[in-house]
Design a protein around this ligand. Structure first.
Ligand SMILES: Cc1cc2nc3c(=O)[nH]c(=O)nc-3n(C[C@H](O)[C@H](O)[C@H](O)COP(=O)(O)OP(=O)(O)OC[C@H]3O[C@@H](n4cnc5c(N)ncnc54)[C@H](O)[C@@H]3O)c2cc1C
Length: 414
């Protein structure tokens, strides 16, 4: 038997009904275990409220949906749209196209509607026999799997969802002004658009960045944008010293298994949930599997993040140019993304410097030690005068908000 605990006949308790928790619960329930998932919110996906997210295909040569099928999940349970390319927007507003032969990523919707990935995973868990208890608070000490998502804030994303006439589209913009330290994006799926800005430096008014980002996209794409709501959330990048502690398995973002460079954590969440379940079933050792499979990716992404934190738009432009040259040479735009996550020796040598220079050691109440990426402070270049159009967009949103539409993300969260 692998693993540090053996759960045989006793019920298994999972803290958190997000993707990592539901993936673990489904796998265990299918194997015949009694599984209880305890979720503090009223439904799975309630944390996200209708935003689009991408499930990536660049941290592994294998298509993630094939991997999911192998684990017994049915990707047809939720709506997804596959993409083989994106518009890459350079910091100087040049737009180029990145493309690949196969599927680069799939866009899914997060939330509580039937077609959302969260609801698909919930249906699979229930069908497998897991019991999900919503609106329930339970002590982590009483659970075997901790899948409670992010705790603290290392970065935030803030977006607007709107009706649009634009055809399906994904654009990714490297821009230190509109997305401080990071990027912004536009996703359009079947008449619904999302414009989002990611802030990797803490700002007192995140809506300023979103308004300016929307103004930027409106100028480049014919969107005919009719706002519906604003959404957002935080990411927590904290690497623990252990992934199994006192008999508890830490999965997904609760276990620091998240992409520190771009925040593409869904694949890590589902994979780690499955690995924890497999470990409980004696099919592998979670600590070993996570360290062999996911930790190198997390560390490489942290090293890349460390380097990105050191450059502004000039560095982003070099990255974009290099990406395009690489695509020209290899005939595949995904190769550059795969290379970014390949933990090479030189990159690995940077790890101790990154740990010392970017992460802060913290002792948690449960006895674990984590190395956290703090939310960076704003820089003087983050203060600029908004454009006239951005001010109008802000006023438009204020009027909508006053009419009763809610955001899933308060200004104070940033
Ligand atoms: C705005 C935004 C955009 C993102 N975009 C992408 C993207 O494009 N691609 C991508 O791959 N990833 C993206 N991510 C990251 C991705 O959403 C997360 O990494 C992933 O959902 C983590 O899954 P999880 O199961 O670990 O945590 P969660 O999905 O957060 O699930 C945790 C669950 O635990 C519950 N919970 C918390 N505390 C308790 C408690 N005490 N008791 C009971 N339940 C509790 C929560 O309510 C939640 O339902 C994005 C994140 C944000 C915020």
């Amino acid at each position: 038997m692998f693993g540090s605990i053996t759960v045989s006949e006793e019920p298994i308790h999972v803290l958190g009904g997000g993707l990592s928790g539901l993936a673990a619960a489904t796998y265990l329930a299918k194997a015949g275990h009694e599984v209880h998932v305890h979720e503090i919110r009223s439904d799975s996906g309630a944390r996200f409220d209708g935003d689009f997210q991408g499930i990536e295909n660049w941290t592994s040569e294998r298509d993630f949906f094939d991997e999911m099928r192998e684990w017994g999940f049915d990707p047809e349970e939720f709506k997804s749209d596959a993409f083989n390319g994106v518009d890459l927007i350079h910091p100087d507003d040049v737009i180029t196209n990145v493309h690949t032969e196969g599927i680069a990523f799939r866009v899914v919707e997060r939330g509580t509607d039937e077609h959302c990935i969260d609801q698909g995973f919930k249906r699979m868990a229930v069908e497998a026999g897991a019991e999900i208890h919503y609106d329930t608070r339970r002590e982590p000490g009483d659970c075997h799997i901790i899948a409670a998502g992010p705790k603290e804030t290392s970065a935030v994303a803030y977006g607007e969802i709107f009706h649009t006439d634009h055809p399906n589209q994904v654009s990714f913009q490297l821009n230190d002004k509109l997305g401080p330290g990071a990027y912004t994006y536009l996703i359009v799926i079947d008449g619904i658009g999302l414009i989002c800005t990611c802030l990797w430096r803490q700002q007192s008014k995140s809506s300023r960045y979103l308004n300016e980002t929307i103004a930027w996209y409106e100028q480049r794409y014919v969107l005919n944008r009719r706002p519906i709501k604003r959404v957002g959330g935080k990411g927590d990048f904290a690497q623990p010293n252990k992934y199994v502690h006192e008999g508890r398995y830490y999965v997904g973002e609760a276990g620091g298994l998240q992409d520190c460079m771009w925040g593409f954590g869904m694949r890590y969440a589902i994979t780690s949930g499955v690995l924890a379940a497999k470990s409980i079933l004696g099919e592998c050792d979670y600590e070993t599997e996570v360290r062999g499979r996911l930790v190198p990716l997390v560390r490489t992404s942290a090293i890349n993040r460390f380097l990105m934190n050191r450059v502004g738009d000039r560095g982003f432009k070099m990255v974009a140019n290099h990406w395009m040259r690489d695509q020209e040479k290899k005939g595949d735009g995904l190769a550059f993304m795969r290379w970014l996550y390949k933990p090479g020796i030189v990159w690995s040598l940077l790890w101790p410097i990154v740990k010392l220079g970017m992460l802060r050691r913290k002792r948690l109440a449960d006895g674990r030690t984590v190395y956290r990426m703090p939310f960076r402070k704003s820089l003087s270049r983050d203060i600029w005068e908004p454009s006239v159009r951005a001010v109008e967009i802000g006023a438009q949103w204020d009027a909508i908000r006053r009419s009763g539409v809610k955001t899933s993300f308060g200004e104070s969260d940033a």
